[in-house]
Design a protein around this ligand. Structure first.
Ligand code: COA
Length: 180
């Protein structure tokens, strides 16, 4: 099935994204130890600079250890990861699942990979019949997520772990499935 915004989901559930200049890339849902070292390194540099590689591996393996939670990774045909995004329910607030850890290799930004990866995560949640999704972002990324249909939301009471940390974050939400 081709989605309106240029993603492809085959009948087995495998996903593909189209990136300008790269063509169709396979997106794998990964969990635990199968998450590539390069992805862990992106995350260490971006969000966990104060932690060791082993600590980041533990954090990532715990967060996406199985069940409906997964880290979606887009790969070049040779298996090199170029983008990733996570979906988890551990940090869900008020019934909404959480999309987090969106990252595109700097070499491949501006080719719509970031937007398509968010779309992959949303497709996954729709298949799980999750009506809402929530994310925490740097205030500088509000416009990026607005373009994808997200709106700013006051941080839910109790906040997510990410919402309570410095620097300040903006909580954004999106309705994935219309109420019946
Ligand atoms: C944010 C990020 C994922 C965007 O990836 P990308 O593949 O370059 O994004 P896209 O090509 O899909 O961009 C889609 C649109 O958003 C815009 N956009 C991209 N990055 C943006 C940013 N930082 N701020 C505002 N707009 C942005 C693009 O210009 C494009 O606009 P257009 O549709 O008018 O051309 C990437 O810059 C990244 O990995 N950043 C570091 C990690 C990070 O901040 N992750 C977000 C965690 S909440």
């Amino acid at each position: 099935m081709m989605t309106a915004d240029g993603r492809f989901v085959d009948t087995a559930g495998d996903r593909m994204v189209f990136a300008k200049g790269l063509g169709w890339l396979r997106v794998k849902p990964l969990q635990g130890a199968s998450i590539q070292a390069l992805v862990l390194e992106w995350y260490r540099k971006t969000w966990y600079a104060d932690r060791t590689r082993e600590e980041v591996l533990r954090e990532v393996s715990d967060r996406w250890k199985g069940g409906p939670d997964a880290l979606f990774v887009a790969e070049l045909p040779n298996g090199t990861p170029v983008a990733a995004v996570g979906v988890d329910h551990t940090h869900a607030k008020g019934g909404a699942a959480v999309i987090s850890h969106l990252y595109v290799d700097p070499k491949y930004r501006g080719r719509s990979l970031g937007s398509s990866m968010v779309g992959c995560a949303e497709d996954h949640l729709r298949l799980l019949h999750r009506p809402d999704v929530l994310l925490y972002c740097d205030p500088g990324l509000v416009d990026f997520y607005r373009k994808l249909g997200y709106t700013e939301h006051p941080t839910p009471s109790g906040g997510g772990e990410d919402a309570s940390e410095d620097p300040p974050v903006t909580t954004m939400i999106k309705t994935l499935l219309a109420a019946r």
